[in-house]
Design a protein around this ligand. Structure first.
Ligand SMILES: NC(=O)c1ccc[n+]([C@@H]2O[C@H](COP(=O)([O-])OP(=O)(O)OC[C@H]3O[C@@H](n4cnc5c(N)ncnc54)[C@H](OP(=O)(O)O)[C@@H]3O)[C@@H](O)[C@H]2O)c1
Length: 114
C-alpha cells in the first residue's frame, strides 16, 4: 500500500472529489484526518472508511479560516506527530482563481488552492 504510515489531512471531504480522494487514500493505508465546513457529511465518509477497516476521524474546519486551519493542524501534529499529506478539495463558487497565476493570488485564495 502506497500510503501506509502516512498522515493525511483532506479539506472539503463532504464534496464529490474530497470524498473520493479520502476513500482512495484509505485503501492505500493512510491515517486520515477528514475535514469540511459541515461536520455531518465528513462524519459519514469517516464512518464508511472506519467500517471498511481504515483509520479516519472527522472535524469541522472552514478551510478559508486561517486560524481554524492552523489550530486543527496543530492538534493533528500534537496527536499524530506530523502531517505527511495535505489535499484541498474545497469548492469555491464564483472564484477569481481561474487564470490567475498562483503567485498573484491573495492569501485566502492561495490557502484554498494549496
Ligand atoms: N468534480 C470535478 O469534475 C472537478 C474537476 C476539476 C476541478 N474541480 C474542482 O475541485 C473542487 C471540488 O470539486 P467537487 O466536485 O468535489 O465539489 P463539491 O462536490 O461541490 O464539493 C465541494 C466541497 O467543498 C466544501 N467547502 C466549500 N467551502 C468550504 C470551506 N470554506 N471549508 C471547507 N469546506 C468547504 C463544500 O462544503 P459545503 O457542502 O458545506 O458547501 C463541499 O463539501 C472544486 O473547486 C471544483 O471546481 C472539480
Amino acid at each position: 500500500m502506497l500510503l501506509q504510515n502516512k498522515n493525511a489531512v483532506i479539506y472539503g471531504v463532504g464534496g464529490a472529489i474530497g470524498g473520493a480522494v479520502a476513500r482512495a487514500f484509505a485503501r492505500e493505508g493512510a491515517k486520515l484526518f477528514l475535514t469540511g465546513r459541515r461536520r455531518a457529511p465528513v462524519e459519514a465518509v469517516a464512518k464508511d472508511i472506519v467500517s471498511a477497516g481504515g483509520s479516519a476521524e472527522a472535524a469541522e474546519v472552514d478551510a478559508l479560516d486561517e486560524q481554524v486551519v492552523d489550530k486543527h493542524l496543530q492538534s493533528l501534529i500534537d496527536k499524530a506527530g506530523r502531517v505527511d499529506i495535505s489535499f484541498n478539495a474545497v469548492g469555491i463558487p464564483g472564484t477569481k482563481i481561474l487564470g490567475v497565476p498562483l503567485v498573484e493570488l491573495d492569501i485566502v485564495e492561495g490557502i484554498a488552492l494549496s
